[in-house]
Write a protein that binds this ligand. Sequence first.
Ligand SMILES: [Zn+2]
Length: 305
Amino acid sequence: MTITESDTINEVHRSAVVPSTTDLMVPPSVPGTAGRRELVGNVAIPLSRALPRRLLGVWAHPDDEAYLSAGLMGRVIDSGGQVKVVTATRGELGSEDPELAGSEAFAAYREAELRSSLGELGVTDVRVLGLPDGGCVATESEMAVAALIGCIDELRPDAIVTFGPDGITGHPDHAQVSAWTTSAWWARRTGTELLYATMTSDFAREYGAMHDELGLFAEHRHGRPATVPQAGVALECSLNRTELVRKRAALARHGSQTDGLAQAVGEQTYFSWWRRETFRTPTASELAGQMAPRADTGPDQRDDS
Ligand SMILES: [Zn+2]
């Protein structure tokens, strides 16, 4: 797809093949989905615990938030809560076209995709830090952490969702965003829960072969992301069909990233692939790095009253 500066996001989307809601119905015969409660009907599936009232999501590139938390964000908005999304970069390297990759036009296009995708979920509070795509590790951490602390002070979230330290896919930007978010949360942690998006062993078993075939985790130092057993999940949002249709619509808004992948795996598989959003709490050893400087920072600066 070639995008010129004169293209608007809507023009491009009008011409893109975006499946209608009817096309997205998953028939019960799809292997692995038959009989799954969350795919039958539109009955709300309870969260594994209380829903955050104010949710802050911190991610590296436009589309990370949609894959890992679109269902959760939509549910918080539906329940009258607030959601703020911070995206570190504009994702300007996310094109194989050398004329587009890294260009201002493509950065603007992806940022528009992000806002449009979040619009599908009713999320309007979006902060793009504008750091260089692929350049988070080389970015001054103090500045990034200060920006995130500012966002925490603004929203006073009950929960912050981000990547775990391995960044799920192993992308260095993801891992760096995890570290920054953990530091920012630590500085303001009273009353706010930090949750890392994670994959369960069940999910890895179901989709592991497909992930390998796609080379999705080729950047990961272990070749595959770390997984947790179901018992290690602190918050799970299993999407019902209505929510899944909405998540698919949000992913479609990131068409520059998602159209090709959906075609590669097939629409039915793509539709139900990310139907469960799972999060875990950081381990003590993951927080150990935060604890040392903590001794110098005095008492908590937040009070959640
Ligand atoms: Zn990413």
